[in-house]
Design a protein around this ligand. Structure first.
Ligand SMILES: Nc1ncnc2c1ncn2[C@@H]1O[C@H](COP(=O)(O)OP(=O)(O)OP(=O)(O)O)[C@@H](O)[C@H]1O
Ligand SMILES: [Mg+2]
Length: 268
């Protein structure tokens, strides 16, 4: 594949093999935050659970006829398709490539094909010219779909829930990212650790935040603003809207807005 010299589009994955840490919630809110800052944004649901698809208002993802699985299959089979294929437009100004359970079949079928780790990258490379930011919401595993995401992106954002000792899972993820960097994607960076669901009333959450800063602060960027725990954040998926629409004056919206500014600062 030809490398483009001028790369204006930034591609980020929200990734952690640990489930329920806030990947999808952060992906939705960062995407809308970037759109509010005037950026053209595409989000790609790379999880067969279709949680982000549902979170953006498509509550029955399994009924959608065209999804990421459709696109990846076309790439594998070398079929031509338009860049507009499968794109849904959300009311808050972001575009979405949805996913549903069909994507779980790809995890298996990719295993036997040529350049199996680089199928999603072929799609991302052609979509780069259409967007300022492309965000990929990953599933909680380090299987073939996640490796495809890591091989495609410029940087990974790692949400870490401030409610348990994350260090072991983080080590494994950081090792995997290193391996992908060496073997598939030299550009791959860790864009930052985002501490999520922080209940500031407990010492425990503060201890975990301190531990993450102490352990990783000198090697990995840690977003200075962590995301507070709030039922308002948990409500957004049922509403199909971002926190900026659901609770614009709340502390979670403020935190995701700050995070958005940090991501914008990282622009090359
Ligand atoms: N700041 C928050 N405060 C309270 N609840 C939250 C917050 N962020 C996310 N949640 C809730 O926590 C749960 C897990 O969040 P989310 O789905 O974003 O995690 P995930 O990492 O994408 O999960 P999975 O690994 O299953 O894909 C969801 O029910 C979500 O609504
Ligand atoms: Mg998710």
């Amino acid at each position: 594949m030809e490398e483009k010299v001028m790369k204006d589009c930034k591609v980020l994955a929200l990734c952690s093999q640990k489930g329920g840490v806030g990947k999808t919630t952060s992906c939705v809110n960062l995407a809308v935050g970037l759109a509010k800052a005037g950026k053209k944004v595409l989000v790609i649901d790379n999880d067969p659970q279709g949680s982000m698809t549902a979170s953006l208002g498509y509550h029955n993802p399994d009924e959608l006829p065209i999804t990421l699985a459709t696109i990846l299959t076309k790439i594998v089979e070398d079929e031509l398709f338009e860049n507009t294929l499968g794109i849904l437009h959300h009311q808050e100004g972001i575009d979405l490539i949805p996913a549903n359970i069909e994507l779980s079949g790809m995890e298996v079928s990719l295993v036997n094909i040529m350049s199996r780790e680089l199928v999603l990258k072929q799609y991302i490379e052609r979509m780069r010219e259409e967007y300022d930011y492309i965000l990929i919401d990953c599933m909680p595993s380090l299987g073939m779909l996640t490796i495809n995401a890591l091989a495609s992106v410029d940087a990974v954002i790692i949400p870490v829930q401030a409610a348990y000792l994350p260090v072991k899972g983080l080590e494994q993820l950081i090792r995997t990212i290193g391996k992908v960097r060496r073997q598939l994607n030299k550009q791959l960076k860790i864009g930052g650790i985002l501490i999520t669901m922080v209940d500031n009333r407990t010492n425990y959450a503060r201890d975990i935040s301190d531990l993450i800063f102490d352990t990783y602060g000198n090697q990995i960027k840690i977003f200075p603003q962590s995301i507070p725990f709030s039922v308002r954040a948990a409500e957004i998926s049922a509403e199909g809207i971002s926190i900026f629409e659901h609770d614009p004056k709340g502390k979670v919206a403020a935190a995701y807005w700050q995070m958005t500014q940090e991501v914008l600062l990282d622009e090359r």
